[in-house]
Design a protein around this ligand. Structure first.
Ligand code: SF4
Length: 374
């Protein structure tokens, strides 16, 4: 697949930028100036990199070099403060990136500080939900993104660029501001593994996001879970479970045919966890499908003895999705069953439902979003 952002600086590492400036016959400290301008100041154009001499800037513009920051095409603002951004890339394709002041509760109980909060300015920590692909090939039956099909992978620069664009728009900066990242937007990050890992590295080393504040969610691409465990720098791992037995999981997530629960749970058990770290299992509750106490007991059995926690998400309804949201009583009964089995279990608050920003709802729903674009 062509790198649509191949003239862009975003996505290049410090070493790659150093090689570039040497190619131009410039001193190597220019690479640090570029890093500072692109990842920290988050400039929008080469012209704005004021530390570079004007002559060099003009030369770069002539060469067709760009920063590669995605364009914020639209913003949908929810009553709860969540903002759903429509980000457009150089080739005109777009993804969604979601800003959630105060997070979505998904960080609670995972052994990091990310879930603790007090606030002086309305929010004390915020979470950005980042996309990794345009569309998705995985076909989870409860997910709106799946209906889009798969368009293409995002480059590392396009993944980092979403974060930079949101930070700039919200006028915040890690590490001074407590920013959590979840790679849970459109797409399956482990099917775009190299770009995702490179982006995670850049986000920690150059943008300044704290490594323990990042979480990636996979639908269960087992070989990549093994690879991921070996990475020297990595976000925390979340696995999208959503069913308690193979028959149900294959129906909801067809990739279970290839990587069934036995393989998935074995990979999770072997995953090398750091101190205080737990694997998160995400479980979307669908009324009458996977939300009974019997299902909860099966989940408890699957996760027995594992350093894990469970995040429950009552389905976020959407057009074209055949399932419905369970009543609160069923959600509570499911949660209590897991807690009694000794598994820390949290119910994630739905964020931005009114603007289709909640989990499984990202599908460039411009035409059906009810909130005003600003
Ligand atoms: S839930 Fe995630 S992996 Fe599954 S179809 Fe949606 S975006 Fe893809």
């Amino acid at each position: 697949m062509a790198n649509v952002a191949q003239n862009a600086f975003l996505g290049l590492s410090r070493n790659e930028l150093t090689a570039l400036v040497e190619e131009w016959g410039e001193p190597s400290y220019r690479a640090s100036q570029l890093v500072e301008a692109i990842y920290r100041q988050r400039v929008e154009s080469v012209e704005q990199i004021s530390t570079l001499p004007q002559q060099l800037r003009s030369k770069l513009v002539k060469m067709g070099a760009t920063v590669g920051l995605p364009k914020i095409d639209k913003r949908f603002v929810s009553v709860d403060g969540t903002v759903r951004y429509l980000m457009e890339f150089a080739d005109g394709l777009s993804v969604e990136t979601v800003w959630m002041p105060e997070g979505d509760g998904g960080e609670a109980g995972d052994g990091s500080e990310a879930g603790d909060a007090i606030s002086a300015r309305g929010w004390d920590r915020a979470t950005i939900c980042v996309s990794s692909q345009v569309g998705c090939a995985v076909e989870c039956q409860f997910c709106l993104t799946a209906l889009l099909g798969m368009k293409r992978n995002l480059t590392a620069g396009e993944i980092v660029g979403q974060v930079c664009a949101v930070l700039k728009d919200q006028k915040v900066s890690p590490p001074q501001d407590r920013i959590n990242l979840v790679f849970m937007g459109m797409g399956e990050p482990f099917l775009n593994y190299d770009n995702f890992i490179k982006a995670a590295r850049l986000l920690v080393e150059e943008v300044g996001v704290a490594e323990p504040r990042m979480t990636v969610s996979t639908a269960g691409i087992v070989p990549r879970i093994h690879d991921f465990g070996l990475e020297p720098l990595r976000p925390k791992l979340a696995i999208s479970l959503n069913a308690s037995n193979d028959a149900a999981r294959t129906q909801l997530m067809p990739l279970n045919r290839k990587w069934d629960l036995e393989k998935l749970i074995a990979a999770a058990r072997e995953f090398p966890l750091r101190n205080r770290e737990r694997i998160t299992f995400e479980y979307v509750l669908l009324d009458g499908v996977n939300d009974s106490v019997m299902n909860a007991n099966e989940v408890a059995e699957l996760l027995r003895g594992m350093r894990a926690k469970v995040n429950l998400i009552a389905l976020n309804p959407g057009p074209g999705i055949q399932f419905s949201t369970p009543a609160e009583g069923r959600v509570n009964a499911f949660q209590q069953t897991l807690i009694r089995a000794g598994i820390p279990t949290f119910v994630r608050r739905p964020r931005g439902r009114d603007i289709f920003a909640a989990c499984g709802q990202l599908k460039r729903t411009v035409e059906i979003a009810t909130a005003p674009a600003v």
